[in-house]
Design a protein around this ligand. Structure first.
Ligand SMILES: CC(C)[C@H](C(=O)O)[C@@H](O)C(=O)O
Ligand code: SF4
Length: 467
């Protein structure tokens, strides 16, 4: 009997090119490239006279700093223009697959690759972006890497990775109605902290995960990055295989049969050992909203802003007090009394068709509250946008008073024109709420698309059943 192995070990071992004492050289199957982190990597290639090793492994598109409105009018800043032009030139020069801003396949790379069937079980992916963990929902080892590693992967198809510890988070119990993967992830971060999986390969397992759609599994793995995990990963089951069937780059015919036979082995074996095991019962989890400046500074929608004195040690108390000060909030304020200036529904965490359907179901025949200055819905990709329009969702959004934009990262990090002004408060379905994340002095509250939708209508944090 071969030794029982974790899912992570199965994929990891198959990709090792060379093993060193504390690290390995891993073969990378797929390399996703964006406009922000790749320019210097290509410059490095040129300076050293090298070329991309396996051009077909690369898929590139611009997502971070592109406009989501009037795209044909050009970019909003010189630097954004230069980054876009550089990406286009590099892809052209080296013959790399590139989706231009007018191609329906353009969008946030972590939305684009899965929906096209580029993200497949058992492969390794590298991308110069920390939320590459998202792809792990497909039993993929997907690494967020820095610019020097991008150059390395382009030139050699290999990535040096430290040997990772494995961690299993078993999600069990029953999710309450109105609770989504986003709430589970935020509640998990609240309980275990933003460094609980630092440097780990984090597997999500348990009956809760088995019951989630691929979109929701991607949301979970996306937020693994906020727990410090190097990769997030989930085993293959019928839901994975059904999602991939018929996608443009999924294997077909005989290859499909061979692939699914292999994919069916991609789960952790009974008896396999993890370095760390965590159990999390989701039965009590209510919808979550962050009140502070890390994704772990979270309470339920029905609670109040916590008192910094209730935070663990002195450091945590100071951090909580500082966060409240930045957020312009007072301890004891009921979350549901806090008014918002802006609503952002989008990002690689929550901008897929499932998210948009949930939002449409809540805002249908309702109006965005008068106090909301701007309510943006930014689909994760051109294909998500097209699908939503085929279903008529955009009409519901526009009727309600939302702006319906083109795909991109947008207000998730405000590298384009979509950002918060000093002091503005935003309900955002994204994954980071650090100081200044969505614009200097902006105040970000992370939540699920359902709560963001209800909040847009109520003008303050609200549950769908209250509006
Ligand atoms: C700009 C990019 C490098 C960054 C990341 O790596 O995650 C961004 O996507 C983010 O979400 O902060
Ligand atoms: S949507 Fe946000 S979190 Fe995701 S890649 Fe873009 S900037 Fe990063």
């Amino acid at each position: 009997m071969p030794a029982a192995r974790t899912l992570f070990e199965k994929i990891w071992q198959r990709h090792i090119i060379a093993e060193h004492e504390t690290s390995v050289l891993l073969y990378i199957d797929k390399h996703l490239i964006n406009e922000v982190t790749s320019p210097q990597a290509f410059d490095g290639l040129r300076t050293t006279g090298r070329k991309p090793w396996r051009r077909q492994s690369v898929l590139a598109t611009a997502d971070h700093n592109i406009p989501t409105l009037n795209r044909r009018a050009g970019m909003h800043s010189e630097i954004a223009q230069r980054q876009l032009a550089t990406l286009e030139r590099n892809c052209e020069e080296y013959g790399l697959q590139y989706y231009s801003l007018t191609d329906a396949r353009q969008g946030i790379l972590h939305v684009v690759a899965p929906e096209l069937g580029e993200t497949l079980p058992g492969i390794t992916i590298a991308c110069g972006d920390s939320h590459t963990t998202t792809h792990g929902a497909f039993a993929t080892l997907a690494f967020g890497i820095g610019t020097s590693d991008i150059e390395q992967v382009l030139a050699t198809q290999c990535l040096q990775v430290p040997k990772l510890k494995t961690m299993n988070v078993r999600l069990h119990g029953t999710m309450r109605a109105g609770v989504y993967a986003k709430d589970i992830a935020l509640a998990f971060l609240r309980k275990f902290g933003t460094d609980c999986a630092a440097g780990c390969a984090l597997e999500f397992s348990g009956n809760v995960v088995s019951g989630l759609s691929m979109e929701s599994r991607m949301t979970l793995c996306n937020l693994a990055a906020e727990a410090g995990a190097r990769v997030g990963i989930i085993g293959v089951d019928d839901i994975t295989i059904d999602y991939l069937k018929g996608r443009p780059s999924s294997p077909q015919g005989h290859e499909w049969a061979l692939a699914t036979e292999y994919w069916s082995t991609l789960h952790t074996d009974d008896g396999a050992k993890f370095d760390r095991n965590v159990e999390f019962d989701v039965s009590d989890v209510a919808p979550q909203v962050t009140w502070g400046t890390t994704p772990a500074m979270t309470v339920s929608l029905f609670e109040s802003v916590p008192d910094p004195r209730s935070a663990g040690n002195l450091d945590a108390q100071r951090a909580a007090a500082r966060a409240l000060d930045y957020m312009g909030l007072r301890a004891g304020t009921p979350m549901r009394s806090i008014r918002l200036d802006k609503i952002f529904i989008g990002s690689c965490t929550n901008s897929r068709i499932e998210d948009l359907r949930i939002v449409a179901g809540i805002v249908k025949r309702r109006k965005v509250a008068a106090g909301i200055r701007q309510a943006l819905i930014v689909p994760g990709s051109g294909l998500v946008k097209r699908q939503a329009e085929e279903e008529g969702l955009h009409e519901i959004f526009l009727d309600a008073g939302f702006e319906w934009r083109d795909a991109g990262c947008s207000m998730c990090l405000g590298m384009n024109n979509d950002s918060l002004s000093e002091g503005e408060r935003c309900a955002s379905t994204s994954n980071r709420n650090f100081e200044g994340r969505q614009g200097r002095g902006g105040r970000s509250h992370l939540l699920s698309p359902a709560i963001a939708a209800a909040t847009a209508i109520a003008g303050r944090f609200a549950a769908p059943e209250e509006i």
